[in-house]
Design a protein around this ligand. Structure first.
Ligand SMILES: Cc1cc2nc3c(=O)[nH]c(=O)nc-3n(C[C@H](O)[C@H](O)[C@H](O)COP(=O)(O)OP(=O)(O)OC[C@H]3O[C@@H](n4cnc5c(N)ncnc54)[C@H](O)[C@@H]3O)c2cc1C
Length: 353
């Protein structure tokens, strides 16, 4: 085990077999390690914004390790590994509110998390950057579905909140907007305001918090829907049309567009102001980049093993799914399983040679 050492290049033999690694130590000196089997377990490229954008179309927010910048993939590709046909998938998980960071400098953690919490409630209207509604907002009840259904819009969507909803939150908390349950956020998001994280806790200072969100440049406000569209850079006709249809759904209790349950079609009042929360997608990691067989041997362009090279974890996880992460422990499950099996196979191969 050599720590604080970064692998930089694979060493290959005359027949294309991988025979070692060139690495850089913390003090800047170079190290060469030779081995009969090399396993890439370098965790993908989610921290490499340019690479994610090129492969996937947009960056999102990197929620994983900062050191996972795709060096392992670059090394393996340079040694002859195939770029898989489904390359580009990301492990999208959860929604983050852009406003939270700055608001935490101005308000208590509970107050600063108001925009974040609303992005996890099904009874608010969600639109894409154009102003078009794009889903049954009940998808927000489950983190993976929330992130993956939003991704079709690019890196963010907007949660529309009316003045009457803010007033109801101020006096009655989430009960005031008939939240069906607490927002389904990961526990670490509300760990420091657990005591207030209840449906009946009044949202003190809600008006000020949402106005600060807008002043900080992390959300938008308009006196009317048209003004909100203008301020948020949306198409006014597209948002107005979506808003009118949503109001109709609230009135009739039938969402003809996305089939949202009547229970989540709650009144937005008769007039503005209106706010738009910028809700961004959290990316836990890139998925895939190396194609492997069932022995976790890395395959070349002919789908034949590159001798001596194995890949486990995120680096080869594209063999399991494409562009939509399924959640439920599948991420870590593949890393553990491929790590164990790939390690066994690599060791057996090294002993046999
Ligand atoms: C916040 C968060 C929450 C998650 N929650 C879940 C969950 O609930 N369920 C689930 O199934 N999955 C979850 N995941 C996903 C899962 O944890 C990852 O998919 C899995 O840990 C990836 O394992 P890995 O070994 O491929 O990569 P990593 O664990 O990222 O390990 C890669 C290692 O390679 C090192 N490295 C990178 N480049 C080099 C280099 N050039 N030289 C040497 N070393 C290098 C890095 O330092 C790192 O130690 C979560 C991920 C995150 C970030």
């Amino acid at each position: 085990m050599i720590t604080e050492t970064t692998a930089k290049k694979l060493i290959t033999g005359t027949n294309g077999e991988v025979t070692g690694v060139v690495a850089e130590k913390k003090d800047g000196t170079t190290l060469e390690v030779t081995a009969k089997s090399i396993i890439m377990a370098t965790g993908g490229y989610a921290a490499n914004k340019e690479m994610v954008k090129e492969a996937f179309g947009f960056e999102g927010i990197n929620g994983g390790l900062g050191q996972n910048i795709g060096e392992g993939l670059e090394m393996a590709w340079a040694a002859g590994a195939k770029v898989p046909d489904n390359f580009g998938g990301q492990m999208l998980h959860q929604t983050l509110a852009r406003a939270t960071g700055k608001l935490k400098e101005q308000y208590t953690s509970f107050e600063a998390s108001y925009p974040l919490m609303l992005s996890y409630l099904p009874n608010f209207m969600n639109v894409g950057p154009s102003g078009a509604r794009f889903r049954d907002e009940a998808a927000t009840l489950e983190a993976v579905a929330a992130a993956n259904t939003s991704a079709f819009n690019g890196p963010y969507h907007l949660v529309i909140v009316s003045q009457s909803q803010i007033d109801a939150l101020t006096t009655q908390g989430m009960n005031g907007v008939r939240a069906p349950g607490l927002p389904g956020m990961p526990p670490e998001f509300y760990a420091d305001f657990q005591a207030q994280f209840k449906l009946d806790t009044p949202w003190k200072n809600a008006q000020q918090v949402f106005d600060s969100m807008v002043e900080n440049g992390d959300g938008y406000k308009g006196g009317t829907i048209e003004e909100l569209a203008k301020n948020a850079g949306m198409d006014a006709d597209v948002l107005k049309n979506a808003f009118n249809k949503y109001q109709e759904a609230i009135r009739t209790g039938v969402d003809t567009e996305f089939g949202k349950s009547k229970a989540y079609l709650q009144s937005m009042g008769e007039s503005g102001s209106y706010y738009a929360i910028i809700a961004e997608i959290n990316n836990l990691g890139s998925v895939g980049g190396l194609l492997v067989n069932t022995d976790f041997q890395v395959l070349n362009d002919k789908r034949v093993p590159v001798p001596g090279l194995f890949a486990v974890g995120l680096e080869s996880e594209g063999v399991l799914f494409n562009d939509t992460y399924v959640g439920n422990g599948v991420g870590i499950g593949y890393s553990f399983t491929s790590g164990r099996l790939g390690g066994e196979r690599a060791a057996a191969k090294a002993l046999a040679n």
